[in-house]
Design a protein around this ligand. Structure first.
Ligand code: ATP
Length: 305
């Protein structure tokens, strides 16, 4: 395991599909500010499948949305295809998302009145472009959708609907695909099918995929898995197994619980000491007095913090 949160130069590494440099995202301001991304440095290599895991609220979706230009960064840089996304205007970002970045969502987001084929071709139809028929055939063949092209989404299983959504994400041959919990609504058989295809699209079609997931088994299909906690990367695993990822997540949960308990204790001690919060506890290296009183709080509080 190596933790990758150190400062990085503002230069896209050669094999990087996308790179975040000192990426900060705050929501709100003042007392109610939420630090969703706290200076993230990460590079996602081309032709690799990366999973992003972490507790709820740790910043996974924020990272994905910011990297995709769906949400603006507070500071830092996002290097993609020789350009800095944080400097682009709305029109440039829209074009980039339409042509060079694909999305797969948990809820499929297919248009119910259109057939599977029409849904797959929709990004090209909207852009007024003609499909590359050989690429369409390859996607449909690889995804096992050949017999389902004339069906509407309601006539397809969840797994088939997600495979249509994957074909739609890949039809424009995007340089990068973001998948947000793509198996969140699927049973285990359909999940395995969808994840197997995502892996094949990386290994056989050279796709680059970044996938957010809560499922350690899903992450084990990836070449690399990152664990997020409190807006930071806390673990970075190559060839992750479900067991390793479950252990990392459990360790992170235990650390967070310990931190919450300790901070609750420090709050209580601060109240006992009559000061305004743990930061104002009188911390000292002095030997503890023999008997009771609020001064007991100080050395314990230092340990607690
Ligand atoms: N639009 C917003 N306004 C204010 N705070 C937000 C907004 N979006 C996210 N946050 C906060 O930013 C932090 C990170 O949220 P984010 O959705 O990225 O977490 P996550 O790891 O994707 O969580 P989950 O696994 O539950 O989807 C959380 O504290 C969240 O409450």
């Amino acid at each position: 395991m190596n933790v990758q949160n150190s400062a990085a130069p503002v230069i896209a590494s050669r094999g990087a599909a996308i790179q975040a440099v000192d990426l900060v995202k705050d929501y709100g301001a003042g007392a109610s500010v939420v630090h969703a991304l706290r200076g993230v440095n990460i590079s996602f290599e081309r032709g690799r499948f990366t999973a992003i895991m972490g507790p709820s609220g740790s910043g996974k979706s924020t990272l994905m949305h910011t990297l995709a230009g769906l949400d603006s960064a507070t500071s830092g840089h996002i290097l993609f295809d020789g350009a800095d996304l944080t400097r682009m205007n709305d029109k440039q970002l829209t074009l980039l998302r339409r042509h060079r970045i694909g999305f797969i969502f948990q809820s499929f987001n297919l248009l119910p009145m259109f057939s599977a084929e029409q849904n797959i071709l929709m990004p090209l139809t909207l852009a007024g472009e003609k499909p590359d028929r050989a690429w369409f055939d390859l996607l449909v063949e690889t995804l096992g959708l050949k017999q389902r092209l004339n069906h509407r989404p309601t006539e397809l299983s969840g797994g088939q609907q997600q495979r249509v959504a994957i074909a739609r994400a890949l039809i424009t041959k995007p340089k990068l695909v973001f998948a947000d919990e793509p198996t969140g609504n699927l049973d285990s058989v359909s999940s395995a099918e969808v994840l197997g295809f995502l892996k094949r699209s990386v290994n056989e079609l050279g796709q680059t995929i970044v996938m957010v997931t809560h499922d350690a088994v899903a992450a084990s299909y990836a070449d690399r898995a990152i664990v997020f906690a409190d807006g930071r990367i806390v673990a970075d695993e190559s060839h992750p197994t479900a067991e390793v990822m479950n252990n990392l997540l459990m360790a992170e949960r235990e650390r967070a619980t310990r931190a919450a308990v300790t901070s609750t204790r420090a709050d209580k001690l601060a109240r006992l000491a009559g000061v305004n919060g743990p930061a104002h506890l009188p911390i000292t290296d002095d030997v503890l007095p023999e008997a009771g009183g609020a001064r007991h709080a100080a050395p314990v509080a230092r340990h607690a913090r």
